[in-house]
Ligand binder design. Structure first.
Ligand SMILES: Cc1cc2nc3c(=O)[nH]c(=O)nc-3n(C[C@H](O)[C@H](O)[C@H](O)COP(=O)(O)OP(=O)(O)OC[C@H]3O[C@@H](n4cnc5c(N)ncnc54)[C@H](O)[C@@H]3O)c2cc1C
Ligand code: SF4
Length: 329
C-alpha cells in the first residue's frame, strides 16, 4: 500500500467560518474539514478515506484562542493542543484539561493537532484503520469481535456490532468538566453538552459524534462551576512516550472539608464514547474522601462490563484508576 502519495482532491482555504460552512454545504458529502491534519492526512495517504474536497480551516482566526468569559472559559476549536497544555489560565483553573492535552501523543503532534481535531477524531481500531470492510466501514462483520480478533484495546461497554473505543484524551476531560460544544452549520448555531456530543454505534455506527455533514465544531466552553476544583487525570498506556490510552480516568471534585460535595468521573478507552461513571459518582457523593469510599466507587465503575476475549485486564484497571482518582485528587 502506497503511503507517499495522496489521491487528488480540491483544496479550499476559507478565511471566515461563514465561508467554510457555506463551502461544506455546497460541496456536500465529499467535503472533509481539515484542522491540524494529524488524523486526516493518515486517512488520505492510506487511501481509506477519499474526499473530493478538503476545507482547510487553519486560516480562520476566529476559531483560535483561549478566552475568559462570564460563564467560564471558551477555547476555539482550532487552538492547538500545545497551547491548551501550556496556557496559564487553563493550568490555573482547569488543570484537568491541560494535563489531558499534555498526555496526547507527542510534542510534534500537539504542536500541530488542535483541540477540535482531537475531539472529533475517528476511532483507532486496528482493523478499521487498516481499511477492512467492517461494520463501521459499511461492511457486514466486526473483525475485532471474533474469537481470534485482536481486541485488547477494545470496549467493555456499549458494544453494538462495533466494539471500538473513543481514543480522545481531551474528550474524557471535557466530559468530566461538563463542557459545552459550540457547533455552527447551515442552520446556524447549536450548543451540545460534551456528554451528548459523543455517540456510540447503536445511534450511528458511521460517526463518533453528533456533527452532521457541513457542521463545524467552533469552540468548547468550560463552565465556571468546575474552575479550580480538585482534579485527577491518569492514563495507562503500553508505552509512556506516546500512545493511546488502554484505560484513562478524568475526575473533577468539589470538596467541603473532606466531604465530597460534587463529583464527575469519566473513563476513556472503555466505550465508544467517554464513559461517565454515574454509579461511582453516587457512591462518593456526600461522603468523606477516604480509602473505603474510593474502593467502593472503584468497584461500582465496572458494573455491567462485558469484556471481550483479550481485554479482561481493563476491568481491574478501571476499578483501580477510579479508586486512585478519588483517593488522590
Ligand atoms: C502517532 C499518533 C499518536 C496519537 N496519540 C494520541 C493520544 O495519545 N491521545 C489522543 O487523544 N490522540 C492521539 N492521537 C490523535 C491525535 O491527537 C489527533 O489525531 C489529533 O489531535 C487530531 O487533531 P488535528 O487538528 O490534527 O485534526 P485533523 O486530522 O485535522 O482532524 C481530525 C478529524 O476531526 C475533524 N475535525 C477537525 N476539526 C474539526 C472541527 N473544528 N469541526 C468539525 N470537525 C473537525 C476532521 O474532519 C477529521 O475527521 C495520536 C495521533 C497519532 C498520529
Ligand atoms: S470494532 Fe468497529 S471499527 Fe473495529 S473492526 Fe469492529 S466494527 Fe470495525
Amino acid at each position: 500500500m502506497s503511503r507517499d502519495m495522496m489521491p487528488h482532491f480540491e483544496l479550499y482555504q476559507p478565511d471566515t467560518l461563514e465561508n467554510a460552512v457555506d463551502l461544506a454545504r455546497r460541496i456536500g458529502k465529499g467535503a472533509w474539514l481539515l484542522a491540524g491534519g494529524n488524523d486526516s492526512l493518515d486517512w488520505f495517504k492510506d487511501r481509506h478515506k477519499r474526499p473530493t474536497a478538503v476545507i482547510d480551516m487553519s486560516g480562520i482566526a476566529s476559531l483560535k484562542g483561549i478566552r475568559e468569559t462570564e460563564e467560564g472559559l471558551e477555547i476555539g476549536a482550532l487552538t492547538t493542543l500545545a497551547e491548551v497544555e501550556s496556557s496559564a489560565i487553563v493550568r490555573e483553573k482547569y488543570s484537568l484539561l491541560s494535563t489531558a492535552a499534555g498526555r496526547v501523543a507527542s510534542p510534534q503532534i500537539r504542536n500541530a493537532g488542535t483541540l477540535g481535531g482531537n475531539l472529533c477524531q475517528d476511532t483507532r481500531c486496528w482493523y478499521y484503520r487498516y481499511g477492512v470492510s467492517c461494520y463501521r466501514a459499511g461492511g457486514i462483520t466486526c473483525y475485532a469481535d471474533t474469537p481470534e480478533g485482536q481486541n485488547r484495546e477494545h470496549c467493555l461497554f456499549g458494544a453494538s456490532r462495533c466494539v471500538a473505543v473513543s481514543p480522545s484524551d481531551t474528550a474524557t476531560a471535557s466530559v468530566a468538566l461538563d463542557a459545552k460544544m459550540v457547533i455552527h452549520g447551515p442552520d446556524g448555531e447549536r450548543i451540545v453538552p460534551a456528554e451528548e456530543f459523543f455517540i456510540g454505534p447503536s445511534k450511528d455506527i458511521t460517526r463518533m459524534n453528533v456533527l452532521k455533514p457541513g457542521e463545524v465544531l467552533t469552540a468548547v466552553r468550560y463552565p465556571k462551576a468546575w474552575a479550580g476544583a480538585k482534579f485527577y487525570f491518569e492514563k495507562v498506556t503500553d508505552r509512556n512516550t506516546w500512545d493511546f490510552a488502554l484505560v484513562s480516568v478524568a475526575a473533577a471534585m468539589v470538596l467541603e472539608g473532606d466531604v465530597i460535595r460534587n463529583i464527575r468521573l469519566v473513563c476513556g478507552a472503555v466505550e465508544c464514547v467517554p464513559r461517565r461513571l454515574k454509579g461511582s459518582e453516587s457512591v462518593a457523593m456526600g461522603r468523606k474522601k477516604a480509602e473505603d469510599v474510593a474502593i467502593e466507587a472503584g468497584k461500582a465503575a465496572s458494573h455491567g462490563a462485558t469484556p471481550l476475549q483479550f481485554n479482561q485486564y481493563k476491568v481491574p484497571l478501571m476499578e483501580n484508576l477510579v479508586r486512585r482518582a478519588i483517593r488522590d485528587a
